[in-house]
Ligand binder design. Structure first.
Ligand code: SAM
Length: 218
């Protein structure tokens, strides 16, 4: 699969703070995963019992907090926005995390080409860009093809947790998962492990309701 011409992310530029630039130059090589062929997750995290992929880690607040609370799980954060990845590197260094790796790539392209089938224990998709206008809906990362793709990448019993603060996107997500027989699940209470990110805080201040979903691969 080629990289899609329709992007689910915005190209926001790579301007970084001094601390972010420093983290990139000092720590990127240590924590990034080079992708040349199919990833061997057991090689990336030889001592971890399971691997969870976080799609669109943003500034990394949730990634770092979740990884700190679950040291036996390996986390791979995928993000296109370099300053966000640098912000996560700063948190990894501050918290001395040993269970996070980073990839700068389009998550759909990465999943389709480099993540082995039946390999993931879970996927976190926290506050995917909502693309609210009708003509932008094709840019939403959750599409029927995406749901089918992740069904193949999750182990049986594996899960995807999704949170969104955009009600029409919540309806859209529910419909697409309902149409795929490889998943069971739906709306769940906000889990205690999901920390408040800057992005979620902005939505809440605008009065948005947040919906959490958990779907399990049958
Ligand atoms: C609205 S932000 C939410 C960030 C973070 N998860 C949070 O809760 O604060 C969505 C993020 O997903 C990233 N993103 C969107 N599509 C992506 C893709 N196909 N591959 C990797 N990252 C993507 C964007 O760059 C952006 O940083």
């Amino acid at each position: 699969m080629e990289r899609a011409s329709i992007r689910s992310y915005t190209l926001r530029g790579d301007r970084m703070t001094r601390a972010q630039s420093l983290a990139m130059s000092q720590s990127w090589d240590k924590y990034c995963v080079e992708i040349k062929s199919q990833l061997d997750l057991s090689q990336i995290f030889p001592d971890k019992s399971q691997v969870i992929l976080e799609i669109g880690s943003g500034m990394g607040e949730a990634t770092a907090a979740i990884a700190q609370a679950n040291p036996q799980t390996g986390y791979v954060a995928i993000e296109m926005h370099a300053p966000g990845l640098a912000a996560l590197l700063i948190l990894i260094n501050q918290l001395e995390l040993k269970n996070v790796k980073l990839i700068r790539e389009d998550a759909t392209y990465l999943l389709a080409n480099f993540i082995p089938d039946n390999s993931l224990a879970g996927i976190h998709l926290l506050f995917p860009d909502p693309w609210p206008k009708n003509r932008q809906h094709k840019r939403r990362i959750v599409q029927s093809e995406f749901v089918e793709l992740i069904a193949n990448k999750l182990k049986p019993g594996g899960f995807i947790h999704i949170a969104t603060d955009w009600q029409p996107y919540a309806d859209w997500i529910r419909d697409r998962f309902a149409a795929n027989l490889k998943f069971t699940g739906g709306v769940v209470d906000r889990p205690s492990w999901r920390v408040l990110s800057k992005f979620e805080g902005q939505g809440l201040r605008k009065g948005h309701l947040v919906t959490d979903f958990r779907y399990v691969r049958v």
